[in-house]
Structures are given as structure tokens and as C-alpha cells.
Design a protein around this ligand. Sequence first.
Ligand SMILES: NC(=O)c1ccc[n+]([C@@H]2O[C@H](COP(=O)([O-])OP(=O)(O)OC[C@H]3O[C@@H](n4cnc5c(N)ncnc54)[C@H](OP(=O)(O)O)[C@@H]3O)[C@@H](O)[C@H]2O)c1
Length: 253
Amino acid sequence: MTSTVFYYWFSLGWLIIAACIFMVLMFVTAPYGKFTRTGWGPLVNGTLGWVIMEAPAALLMVFFFVLSGSYSNPVAIVFLILWELHYAYRAFIYPFRLRGEKRHMTSLTVVFGVIFNCGNGYLNGFYLFSLATPYVTDWFHDPRFIIGLSVFLVGMVINHQSDSILRSLRKPGETGYKIPKGGMFNHVSSANYFGEPLEWTGFAVLTWSPGALVFLIWTAANLIPRARSQHAWYQKTFPNYPKNRKAIFPYIF
Ligand SMILES: NC(=O)c1ccc[n+]([C@@H]2O[C@H](COP(=O)([O-])OP(=O)(O)OC[C@H]3O[C@@H](n4cnc5c(N)ncnc54)[C@H](OP(=O)(O)O)[C@@H]3O)[C@@H](O)[C@H]2O)c1
């Protein structure tokens, strides 16, 4: 089997797994954060867990970039920078800024996170830097690049702003949960999750690549059920929870 054939079979298998994960997550909420519970393997330190989970996505993209020798291709460099704007932050900065005493996550969550990020790192990195016909600089003027980049950046701003609002709900060392307010939280319970698929929609459009599309579907399969659980949790926990808020998509769901 050639690496190209393997890639497309892997993409298909990955899509099928995403559909299964979506169905499972509609009934079983991933055991971390508000939903941490026993019975999912030993607990690991939350900061370390995030770094281990997210680092493969950041590192694999660099690996495929270096392997392909795309150093002189400006479009490839921009793709790498955009990806790393998200993943270098998520893997190596975000985990150290989290608040909440004695944060832990279950080891099974970390294992699933590593698998998810390895698969998606391969799908995107191998396609963009090795499999695709090399992008030429004209791509920077293509409407798909311009529109995709705009959507990606809006998603990133929403994701970062929402992460920051959540962080500010706790003083250093404080634990417990409050009702988040401001930004997209005025419309949805999981504003951070709203920003994330928006980013990857933008990335799928700006790269116009099958790998990024599959990754977007995976992200949605992961975050939509979790947003639904978060929304139900907020409504149950806070009797004064704003009635107009949706779970993840403003005015829709
Ligand atoms: N691409 C993907 O598929 C994917 C998957 C998962 C996450 N992510 C991204 O990773 C980031 C973090 O995700 P997450 O699932 O950990 O988000 P989360 O459950 O909303 O938690 C984010 C942080 O905010 C704290 N927090 C949440 N709600 C709070 C509240 N009401 N009051 C005070 N603190 C609160 C959490 O503390 P506790 O830990 O103590 O709950 C945690 O430190 C998000 O930006 C998300 O988009 C992406």
C-alpha cells in the first residue's frame, strides 16, 4: 500500500471513529474538569496531562514540515505558523495558566487525547507538506485563503478570550465554579468550544484540504456533546442561570 492510499484509508477510518466517538460522548461525558470521576484509570496532574495530550499535535506538524523540506515554501510556512499559533499555545502555555487547586485528570482522558492529536497531526501535516501539490504564493490571493484566514482568526480570538474569561473566574489557588459572563458567554455556555471549531472551519477553508476537514469533523464530534453536557450542568447547578443561553452555537443549539 502506498503512503497516499494509506492516507485516504486512514482518513476514512478516522471519520468512522469520529462518528462512533460522537455517539458515545452523547451518553458518556469525558471524565475531566467538572466531570472528573473515579474509575477511569489513575489520576495524573492536570498541567502535565494537558502538555502530554496536546504536544503531539504541535510536534508532529513540525516533524512533517521538516521531513518534507518545505522551508522555502511561504504558503507552507504560513500554514505551520497558524497551526502552531494554536497548538504551541495550547500545549506549552495554556496548561501553565490554568487555575484551580490540585487539578487532576484521568489517565484515560490523556491516552485518548494523545491518540486524537497524533491522528490529527498526521492528517494535517502529511497532507499539507507532503501529499498535496505544493501550494504556490498565488494561494495568498485566493478567496478561500482570505475568507478561511479571517474565520480562523475570529475563532482564535473567541477561543482565547473565552479561555481568559474562564481563568479570571478564579483567583490563584481558588477552586469552585461560577457563571461565566462576557464575550460569547453572553450567548452560549461553552464559548471556548464555539471558538475552536470556528478556527478549524477557517483552517479547512484556508488550506482547502481533506485532512483539515476531517479534523474539523473530529473536533465537532468531540466538543458538541461536551458542550451539551456543560450546558445541562450549568442549568442544574445554578438556578439563576441565564435562560437565553444556548450550549455552543448562538441562537441555534
Ligand atoms: N479540539 C478539541 O477537540 C478540543 C477538545 C477539548 C478541549 N479543547 C480546547 O481546550 C480548551 C479547554 O477545554 P476544556 O474542556 O478544559 O474547557 P472547560 O471545561 O471549559 O475548562 C477550561 C478551564 O476553565 C475552568 N472552568 C470551566 N468552567 C468554569 C467555571 N464555570 N468557573 C470557574 N472555572 C471554570 C476549568 O476548571 P476545571 O478544570 O477545574 O473544571 C478549566 O481550568 C478550550 O479552549 C477547548 O476549546 C479542544
